[in-house]
Design a protein around this ligand. Structure first.
Ligand code: 1CP
Length: 323
């Protein structure tokens, strides 16, 4: 999850004052930032240190990532003629720094590396709003008033994401995650019409590479059934939906990832361990489950609490394996 490392002193020391995009563009630094949480917590997989906007920056879109705010565009996308700002990506050239980071990690890590991309809906929301949004008013207005422009926009983004993900797998990523963080703002019918087809194009376009595909969103309780049909092997769930209910919604062929509330991780360790234990209990009867938080780690989280959660999850699953 995003910001796993940000609560760590070793992360802050290495990032120092530089911009996150500078850190991502240095393969040695990005590889080290990827490995820090793995070393500290002993988690079972690493998530590449990058960001969902990196492929867009790589093709020349003017995006900055500002501290405390996230991605910001000087000139948001509002019209048909903005589409020409999204040229096709050539991963070997445009994302050479990211692929070099993956090459380093593939030889250094002893756990699987998860590569990732932002889903077209979530990326389009940053492009259209010019940054984060609470209402997604401009995004929804564009999709409903100019559907042809909207579909052209998400189709271009889908081609960029698929090319980026295929290149990440070829460079050594052994699983991928598609982050549709803000899809939960859509009604099921709008999700089915305006977001799902582009995400399906990406997830199905990876099928021949035979790597596990995780499809993630937040606040997507009412969308889980649709998300499960996009072609992923695993669907992420946040804390708003109990895992057994989520399992019924995604069906027997799709595993779940989740769903500890990151805000609960600010409570005393004893309380957090109990909450994590509850997630493990709810997951016990499921056909497949990846323990995770329902969304990113909050920066003020105590690293020792997260370590206690990882240890509890490992002890619980080891005890189950010997049953
Ligand atoms: O080590 C890690 O944190 C993992 C690498 C990672 C990942 C997987 C980063 C680095 N970003 C992401 C994905 C990402 N980026 C998502 C999808 C997952 C999620 O929902 O958390 C999203 C929505 C973004 C966009 C973004 N980038 C935001 C959110 C802004 C908003 O709208 O609320 C923010 C704050 C960023 C900046 C960013 N990217 C990554 C980090 C560690 C940070 C924090 C800033 C920093 O420490 O400098």
């Amino acid at each position: 999850m995003r910001q796993a490392g940000r609560s760590l002193p070793e992360y802050r020391a290495l990032r120092a004052k530089g911009s996150i995009l500078d850190a991502i563009s240095s393969p040695e630094i990005a590889a080290e930032l990827t490995m820090q949480p793995v070393r500290r917590y002993g988690v079972d997989a690493a998530i590449l240190f990058s960001d969902i906007v990196v492929p867009l920056v790589a093709i020349g879109v003017d995006i900055e990532i500002l501290p405390g705010r996230g991605p910001v565009l000087a000139a948001p996308f509002r019209h048909d003629d903005d589409l020409s700002r999204l040229r096709p990506i050539e991963p070997e050239v445009d994302l050479a720094h990211v692929l070099d980071t993956i090459t380093i990690l593939a030889s250094e890590l002893d756990v699987p590396l998860i590569g990732f991309a932002g889903a077209p809906f979530t990326l389009a929301s940053y492009l259209v709003e010019g940054g984060s949004s609470r209402t997604f008013g401009l995004t929804k207005s564009l999709m409903h008033s100019e559907p042809a422009t909207w579909h052209a926009l998400v189709d271009r983004l889908a081609a960029i994401c698929l090319a980026s993900l295929r290149a990440q797998v070829k460079a050594g990523a052994s699983a991928i995650q598609l982050f549709d963080s803000w899809a939960g703002t859509l009604s099921p019918s709008d999700y089915a019409e305006f977001a799902l087809p582009a995400s399906t194009f990406i997830l199905e376009g990876l099928a021949d590479l035979h790597v596990p595909r995780i499809h993630f969103g937040v606040g997507t309780g009412e969308l889980l059934g649709l998300m499960a049909r996009a072609g992923a092997d695993v669907v992420g769930v946040d804390w708003r939906v109990p895992l057994p209910l989520a399992a019924a919604r995604v069906g027997p062929d799709v595993a779940l990832q989740g769903n500890l509330d990151p805000a609960v991780c600010l409570a005393p360790t004893r309380v957090v361990r109990e909450a994590a234990g509850k997630v493990m209990n709810e997951a016990a009867g499921l056909s497949g489950h990846i323990f995770n938080l329902g969304h990113g780690v909050l920066p003020e989280t105590d690293p020792d609490t997260l370590k206690a959660v990882v240890d509890l999850v490992h002890a619980t699953s080891a005890a189950r394996d010997t049953e």
